[in-house]
Design a protein around this ligand. Sequence first.
Ligand code: ASP
Ligand code: MG
Length: 462
Amino acid sequence: MLVMKFGGSILKSSSDFLEISDYLKEKMSEERIVTVISAMKGVTDDLLMLGRLAASGKEKEVLRVLSKIGDKHLSMCKELGLSCDDVKEELKRIERIVLGITYIGEITPRVTDLLSSLGENLSGEILTELLNKKGIRAKFFTGGEAGIITDDSYGEANPLLKATRTYVRRKLIPIIGSVLPIVAGFSGISQEGKITTLGRGGSDLTAVLLGSSLESREVWLWTDVDGLMTADPNIVRDAKVIKQASYQEAIELAHFGAKKMHPRFLEPAIITNTPIRIRNFYKRACQGTLISRRSVIKENIVKAVGLMKGISILTVRGAGMVGRPGTSAKLFSLLGENMMNILMISQSVSESDISLVLSEKKVDKAKALIETKLLGPVFREVLLDRKCAAIAAIGSGMRGTPGVAARIFKAVSSKGINIKMIAQGSSETNISFVVNEEDGEEAVRSIHEEFDLGRGQLEDQC
Ligand code: ASP
Ligand code: MG
């Protein structure tokens, strides 16, 4: 059995829906399938905007966005020759929710989830009706109806794995094979019976939850990119698709890939060892990237190189920090309480300074916070180094292989690039370092070349 998810990037036009329905029809004759669908491209953004506009009483704007969402889906129905009664019902529901928000002048996280979950219902109902019209017994399910049970952290709800497994199996196993389930991605239901959402990009998580609960052979994430890449092809001309990555590598790569993904979606797959494949729906001859437990081919010691721009290094110094337990805890709690995400951390064994990497946008606030709250006999000074870029060399094959770091840094220094900060976790699947922003791309190219990553990872036809 296979779980297949169709992402918003390949749900733009009626021809996309037609192609997907034809493909499903064909594929169903070979194998049992469960389908997960995202909202059409841009719709979740529009629904979220709708909620904000309604809460701030901008009625004109509200009407504009409402009719944009309505037109987008109804024109799809028309082009596909569908009556779309369910879609029309769903659109009315959106209107009623928005009216309620406008009336009260306030939106809560729970209502935001209720509203933003509906994009998947619209696209899912269209696909279901289209398949029915082609003579396929397809049935639409919301995430909750399919058994995705979550806690009530609205906006980024956590799936309750045991309950989800039980309910998904109970709901879907009796029908798989005779009926094609079309499950709305992104949404779930809390134990109190309220609609929740799994966080942006959450349809991937829906697909993985279904795949691991149903013990599917693989989970395929259909999108419009070829898979995970050895580097950003805009930076490295001969960047290639990675054929196979371990879960750990995929987690590391998630930050950098062209396919926007949240590494969280891999967790249920790791527990049940469910393989995941990222594939380009417009290039179906290509196998994409397989993410699984299987360990990597050793010769690709470094598998991919990522680049992150728009960051700064913040260094806190003070001889008083040496040998004093709790200093880093103080620093990190202060930043954490103020919602500052730390991207990289480095402290030398002398303990007299700690360097952190933060987004350029947050770093001034972080510096001011530390200066007002912490500066004194222990934390003496705070320094900033702006306009930096972080580079990550990723690959499980680095674990236990001596000389990898030497090769990375030699490649970079041979281009005359200065390295400002280094971090490597003890998992050894990622060596990260920081350079001046203007040197970032060159540093990526030098590592890509050193490890010969442009050389044939790819099947011929791709
Ligand atoms: N539609 C949701 C979003 O845009 C979920 C998804 O596409 O995966 O975030
Ligand atoms: Mg999406």
